[in-house]
Design a protein around this ligand. Structure first.
Ligand SMILES: [Zn+2]
Length: 165
C-alpha cells in the first residue's frame, strides 16, 4: 500500500471520519504500516488517516522506535490547558501556538482490535489531541484566532520566499 499526503485545502480534512469496523473494513495492519512509513518519511510525530485521503478513525503517533496506532480513539478526560507550538504534516512550514490539555485519559483500539486505556502527558498528549481532531474534521488552524493564523501564514510566506519556493 502506497499512501500520499493530501494538500491542506483537501475536502477530506474537513470531513468527520468513519469508525473502523474490523468486520467490514478488515485488518488495519497494512494501512497502519503504510501510515507509519509515510509519517516517518516526512519527519512527523503523528499522522491521521484523513491526511492520507482516507476518512477513517485511525492515527499513528510516536517515533520510529516507539510507534502507537490508535483506532477509534476517544478522549475520556483532560486537565490543565497549556499553549505550545505545533506544526502539521498537512500544513508544511506553518507553526502556531495552540491551547491543549496537558494531561489526558483516553481509550482506543489497537491493530488487533483490543481496547486500550491510556494516560498521556506533555508532547504525546498534545499529539493525541491534534490527531484526534483530524478525525473530527478539525485542523489546527481551527484552534487558533484569525489574527494568529494570518500572522503564521505571513511568516510562512516569508520563509518560503527566502527559500525560493
Ligand atoms: Zn495535523
Amino acid at each position: 500500500m502506497d499512501l500520499k499526503l493530501v494538500s491542506e485545502d483537501s475536502e477530506v480534512l474537513r470531513e468527520v471520519a468513519d469508525y473502523w469496523d474490523w468486520e467490514t473494513d478488515g485488518d488495519p495492519s497494512e494501512l497502519v504500516k503504510a501510515m507509519s512509513k509515510l509519517m516517518v518519511l516526512h519527519g512527523g510525530i503523528g499522522l491521521a488517516a484523513p491526511q492520507c485521503g482516507i476518512s477513517k478513525r485511525i492515527f499513528v503517533m510516536g517515533n520510529p522506535e516507539h510507534l502507537v496506532a490508535c483506532i477509534n480513539p476517544e478522549m475520556i478526560s483532560g486537565t490543565e490547558r497549556i499553549r505550545e507550538q505545533e506544526g502539521c504534516l498537512s500544513f508544511p512550514d506553518l507553526w502556531m501556538y495552540v491551547e491543549r490539555y496537558q494531561d489526558i485519559s483516553v481509550e482506543y483500539y489497537n491493530v488487533a482490535g483490543e481496547k486500550v486505556q491510556q494516560d498521556y502527558t506533555g508532547l504525546m498528549s498534545r499529539v493525541f489531541q491534534h490527531e484526534n481532531d483530524h478525525l473530527n474534521a478539525i485542523c489546527f488552524d481551527d484552534r487558533v484566532g484569525k489574527l494568529t493564523l494570518e500572522r503564521a501564514k505571513e511568516k510562512r510566506k516569508k520563509l518560503r520566499a527566502k527559500r525560493g519556493v
